[in-house]
Design a protein around this ligand. Structure first.
Ligand code: NAG
Ligand code: NAG
Ligand code: NAG
Length: 470
């Protein structure tokens, strides 16, 4: 009896010490979940949006008059190739469960039990089929209905609840996710069963998809061999990260990068689909590991649509001109809203000189770029949006016209504006090159401009080369 009691106590003690010793990081129990703020273009809008607008939208002595918005679609389903690869995740799930059977061989920073159980129970939602690729999700619809309601709350006198086709101009691209995003936004403004109409989509959508019609832009190397992102993937930090992730999941070898990226993508999508839950796959990545993936993706975007190549800043010439024309005009429409894509939003920010880093993003400067401005997790999450609000300020004697630019509900702090509030005359002055440009030749590296493109690209290559050599 005594013996039994002692044994039980001993067993209990061992068991409890083991539980006690298990202070492994638990994603499922982490209330902050810092990982989720760093998922680049697949970050949930609800996580990325700013709360600063509350203090920024009211300008004493000024009345808001016109609004111009470029809105990325909300949270969507993955591409066909990821949907097709999803069954592979069930194999990985089972392999991880197997790895964790032999406790003695687990690494020090093993998954906590809750995270492990969650991974073991994961199932792919088989009603998501390849024909639904890139569709807007329920959360994606809510993203846009939500931004419409938020902006209407701040600017009820501009974003009026009564729809009229003269007062409101809407247009989306020719895809399910932007069409639905438009409907969601209109529902947010006018309620269900509204009469809101979107303009016809031209066959060649140079306004919202200029990148589809620019060969020299498409051929820029932003992720292929020799690109900064490819170089980053060849650095020891990348290799080490792949090894660490594999090890933490109990593998004795480094998993294929494709498998790790599949887990990572599923984590990011699921987390965005259901913001208030946790994706079990996110448990596979520590916050530090996520920042490595984030930088690699930011490098891609920096060269695809950011400041990495000079030509990127001219691609969205038409949308920028459209904004300035509409805000500057005294006639209707008073509200213009476009529903487009990641590349559109990013190249517009680039055109306007927003979030430009002084030092370019390079494979070699990850550690110095922790506070980079070009952080797509912040500037281009799902449902990212650029909002320009034109004010009339009676209180002023000169420069009565002002504007504030917002990115994801945060006022853009341009150096020539006062805490985000810019004189309209300065806008016209600062962007005069753009305003005067003939977008037909300016937006893409054709004809005369082609010379300066290749020169610029050459110069950039030379600078990048020099920095690398140094
Ligand atoms: C599975 O996906 C479908 C289609 O997107 C969705 O309607 C449904 O809610 C999802 N089911 C679960 C359990 O998430
Ligand atoms: C990558 O890491 C593995 C395992 O740590 C190692 O064997 C291999 O040499 C590394 N490769 C490179 C290119 O650093
Ligand atoms: C805007 O115009 C006003 C009036 O001319 C001037 O005082 C101010 O310095 C200008 N610039 C900014 C950033 O407000």
């Amino acid at each position: 009896m005594n013996f039994l009691l002692i044994t039980t106590t001993c067993l209990l003690a061992i068991c409890c010490t083991q539980i006690g010793a298990q202070d492994d990081y638990c994603f499922g129990k982490d209330t902050m979940r810092p990982q989720t703020r760093h998922f680049t273009s697949k970050t949930a809008y609800q996580i990325a949006k700013s709360t600063n607008m509350d203090k920024q939208y009211l300008v004493p002595g000024c009345t808001p008059q016109k609004i111009w918005i470029l809105h990325r679609h909300g949270t969507r389903l993955p591409s066909k190739s990821i949907i097709q690869k999803a069954p592979r995740l069930e194999q990985l799930r089972d392999a991880i469960a197997d790895n964790y059977r032999v406790k003695a061989e687990l690494p020090d920073n093993a998954l906590c039990n809750e995270d492990l159980i969650a991974i073991k129970m994961w199932k792919w939602n088989a009603s998501i089929t390849p024909d639904m690729e890139n569709y807007l999700t329920g959360q994606g619809y809510e993203d846009l209905r939500g931004t419409a309601k938020t902006y209407q709350k701040y600017y009820p006198e501009v974003l009026v609840k009564d729809y009229s086709s003269d007062y409101y101009k809407f247009r989306h691209t020719d895809l399910q996710r932007t069409t639905e995003s438009f409907k969601a936004f209109a529902e947010g403004l006018f309620g269900p069963n509204n009469a809101a109409k979107s303009d016809d989509i031209p066959e060649k959508d140079l306004l919202l998809r200029p990148y589809d019609y620019c060969q020299s832009w498409s051929s820029q190397n932003f992720k292929g061999a020799g690109s900064e992102s490819a170089k980053f993937r060849n650095l020891p930090i990348w290799n080490q990260t792949m090894y660490d992730i594999s090890r933490r999941l109990g593998f004795k070898y480094t998993l294929e990068t494709e498998d790790i990226e599949l887990m990572y993508d599923m984590c990011r999508y699921e987390q965005a689909w259901q913001v208030d839950r946790t994706s079990v796959w996110c448990a596979a990545f520590t916050a530090d590991q996520v920042t490595v993936f984030e930088y690699e993706d930011d490098l891609k975007y920096y060269y695809k649509s950011g400041y990495g190549f000079e030509a990127n800043s001219r691609l969205n010439c038409r949308a920028a001109q459209d904004m300035i024309t509409h805000l500057g005009s005294n006639s209707m429409p008073n509200v213009v809203t476009y529903f487009g894509h990641s590349t559109g939003v990013q190249t517009l920010l680039n055109t306007l000189g927003i979030d430009k880093d002084e030092v370019p993003l390079l494979a070699s400067n990850f550690n110095d770029q922790k506070d980079r401005k070009w952080a797509t997790s912040r500037i281009d999450p799902f449902a990212s949006n650029f909002l320009a609000v034109k004010y009339h300020c009676d209180a002023e004697t000169v420069n009565k016209e002002k504007v504030i630019f917002f990115v994801n509900q945060d006022a853009v702090d341009l150096s020539w504006c006062k805490v985000g509030l810019c004189n309209w005359s300065d806008v016209l002055d600062r962007y005069s090159n753009l305003i005067d440009a003939n977008c037909d030749s300016y937006y893409c590296g054709d004809g005369a401009t082609a010379v300066s493109v290749s020169l610029g690209a050459l110069l950039m290559t030379a600078i990048v080369y020099l920095i690398n050599v140094m």
